[in-house]
Design a protein around this ligand. Structure first.
Ligand SMILES: Nc1ncnc2c1ncn2[C@@H]1O[C@H](COP(=O)(O)OP(=O)(O)OP(=O)(O)O)[C@@H](O)[C@H]1O
Length: 259
């Protein structure tokens, strides 16, 4: 098991209500786990606990079966894609090159191989033509793609991605989702937060849905993403439509359409 979290409890302040309450999950090589749940339910907080930037009050996190993995080894094992990143005036190539940092000796500069891997990562997400453009002079979606490229260049075994398709058009959503599926098929592990349950279906992923800081629903997307489960999770009527006989699209009903 590459990632195993057990009974995590996290509060932003002592005595405050828990943001994460008894949350457990496990992720193996070759798997995609899609983390769903309403706004403010603790998805980013969970990712930040898993990468070690927040400290849970109790519970355990093991990577490759080991607790308290040293920072350098952790950086070689897992890559985090945040919702938004700060790249300033760095070029997108330099942003992608930052993914190579854990592989460099202290104070060493990236070499030709690092630059090739960074460029390949930009190509894989379709923005190699923007390699020399400063991060603060590209669109929100292009920034998101650059942050994904940085993670790809890092060549980790485990990806933790916070809403990686949130700013992307349909074409780029399909490109990124195809890339994520291909990474899993290559044996890598991915934990991906999303507000689009459809994406869990497209990715043929397992799902863990958080609500009020607790696991509300868990299982394979095709089994658990049913109209009644989603309607309860998001507190709104949701239909699940089929394509080729399999659930494919999760569509909320507006108040005027409620039956
Ligand atoms: N620094 C902070 N201090 C106090 N509360 C915080 C802080 N950051 C987040 N929160 C609260 O913690 C809860 C969980 O936030 P989190 O960002 O993990 O939710 P999320 O599920 O990722 O939400 P979204 O889907 O909107 O991105 C929310 O109620 C949020 O308001």
């Amino acid at each position: 098991m590459i990632l195993h979290a057990e009974q995590l409890v996290y509060r932003h302040a002592p005595g405050a209500p828990p943001v994460l309450d008894d949350v457990s999950l496990a992720l193996d090589a070759g798997e995609i786990l899609c983390l769903l749940g309403p706004n403010g339910t603790g998805k980013t907080t969970l990712l930040r606990c898993l990468i070690g930037s927040l400290q849970p009050e109790s519970g355990s996190i093991r990577i490759d079966g080991e607790r308290d993995v040293p920072a350098r080894r952790r950086a070689l094992t897992l890559a985090y894609v945040p919702q938004a990143g700060v790249g300033g005036s760095l070029s997108l190539l330099d942003v992608a090159l930052m993914g190579r940092t854990p592989h460099l000796r202290p104070l060493a500069m990236p070499g030709a191989r690092d630059r090739r891997l960074a460029l390949e990562a930009l190509e894989r997400v379709g923005i190699a033509h923007l390699a020399q453009r400063p991060f603060d002079r590209v669109s929100g979606g292009e920034r998101q793609l650059a942050l994904i490229a940085r993670a790809l260049a890092q060549q980790p075994r485990l990806f933790l991605m916070d809403e990686p398709t949130a700013s992307l058009d349909l074409g780029n959503q399909a490109r990124v989702l195809s890339t994520l599926r291909a990474l899993a098929d290559d044996g890598l592990a991915l934990l991906v937060t999303s507000h689009q349950p459809d994406h869990a279906l497209l990715l043929d992923a397992r799902v863990a849905a958080l609500r009020d800081g607790r696991i509300h629903t868990a299982g394979h997307a095709t089994e658990v993403l049913q109209a009644h489960t989603l309607s309860a999770l998001y507190d709104t009527p949701i239909d699940v439509l089929a394509r080729n006989g399999a659930p494919a699209a999760c569509v909320p009903r507006l108040r005027s359409q409620a039956r």
